[in-house]
Ligand binder design. Sequence first.
Ligand code: ASP
Length: 442
Amino acid sequence: MTTTDETTSPSSSRGMSMHTRMLIGFLVGALAGLACYALARDAVWLDDVVTYVSQPIGELFLRLLFMLVIPLVFSALVLGVVEIGDPRALGRLGFKTLLWILGVTALAVAIGLILVNLFQPGLGVSPEVGKQLLAEAGHRASEIAARREAISAREMLLGIVPRNPVRAAADGNLLGVMFFALMFGIAAAVVRNEGTRTFVGTMQGIYDISLKLIEWVIRIAPYAVAALLFTLTARMGWDVLVQLARYVGVVLLALGIQLFVVLPLLVRTLGRMPLKRFFGGSETAMVTAFSTSSSSATLPTTLRAAEKNLGVPRSVARFVCTLGATANMNGTALYEGVTVLFLAQFFGVDLSLAQQLLVLLVCVLGGVGAAGVPGGSLPVIAMILAMFGIPPEGIGLVLGIDRLLDMSRTTLNVTGDLAASVVIARSEMRGDADAEATTAET
Ligand code: ASP
C-alpha cells in the first residue's frame, strides 16, 4: 500500500505538534475534572456540564472514529492481501512474510495479554463506580449489555464467517468484516484482469481517503481528550490517573520484552545476524520511527537501513518492509490488546479466556488493518472495544498519554519489519543455496 507523503506526514502540525496539543487537552481536562471533583462532586450543575457538554463532545469524536473503521479496515486488508498474494511474482516470499506477520504479531499480543492479566492495571475501581461508569456510557449501555450476551465464544467464532457482510459491518462485527475482506483480497490477487485491477485501484483510493479523514478527525482530538478526561475525573477523581500510570507501565514493559528479547532472539537464531550489527544498522530507522510515530513516514529510512546497513537484498527489503509498514505491526497489535483488556478491567467487564483469545485474533488482524500513521490504530481500538461490550469512551483515557505510547509502539513496528526482512532474507539465501546444491547434484 503506497501512500502519498502528505497523508503520512505526522499529523501535519502547524506550530505545536498534535501530540503536544493532545497532552495539553489531557492536562486541562484532567485538572478541571479533578478540581470539580474536589469542590463540587455532588453539585447538579456539574452533572449538567458533564451530561450536556463534555460527554457529547467526547461522543462526537468517537462517532467520527467509528465512521472510518469499516472503509479503513476493509481497504487496508484487501490491499495487504493483494500485495502479499501476487501468486506469480511473490508466492514464496509472500507466504513467508504472511507467516511471520501472523506468528510474531500473535506472540507480541500474547505477551501483552499475559502482562495485563498478571499486573491487572485496570483493577481498583470499586464495582459500584465501574457499574456507574458503564451506565453512564449513556444510551449505549443497554445496547452494550445486549451485545455482551450475544458474544458467547461459540457465537463469536461462528460470527467470523458472516452470513451477510453488510450486516456484519452495520453490527460492528469487525472480525466478520475482516474475514470478508481477506477473502476478497485473496480472490482479487488470484484473478488478475482489468476488472480486479480497477477494484484494487478503487481500494487504494478508499484507503488514501480514509487516511486523510483520520488526519482531520485527529485534529479535534485535543478537545475530545479534554472533554473525555473531564468526564472521567469529575466523576472518579484522582484514582483514574493512578491506574493510567500503571497501564502505561504495562504497555512499555510488554513492548520492551518484544523489542529487546523476542525480536533479538529471532534475529540471532533464524537470521544469524549479530545483535550489535542488527541494532546498529536499525538505529536510524528506529529513531525516525520514534520521532515521527509513523511507520509509513519512516518507510524510506527503513528501506535504506535494510538494504545498506543490514545487507538485505533489494527485492526482499522492498517487499517485506513496504508491506510491513502497514501490515506488520507488532507494537500496534500488542498495544491494542493491552488497551482493550485494561479498559475491560477498568469498566468491570469480565472477559473469559475464550474471549481473550478472540481479542488476540482481532488484534493480530487489527495490526494489519491499522494505518501506519500517528494514531492509526485508534479507530480499530474504538471498534474492538464496542465489539466486546467495553465503553469506547475509555479511549479518552488512553488518548491523552498517547504520544509516548505511539512513539514506542511505532519503534517496535519498524524494528519488527527490519527483523522480518533479515530473517526472511536469510531463509531465501538458504533456499537458493539448497536449490543450487540440488542442481549441482543432478
Ligand atoms: N503510529 C503507528 C504506526 O505508524 C500506528 C498506531 O499504532 O497508531 O506504526
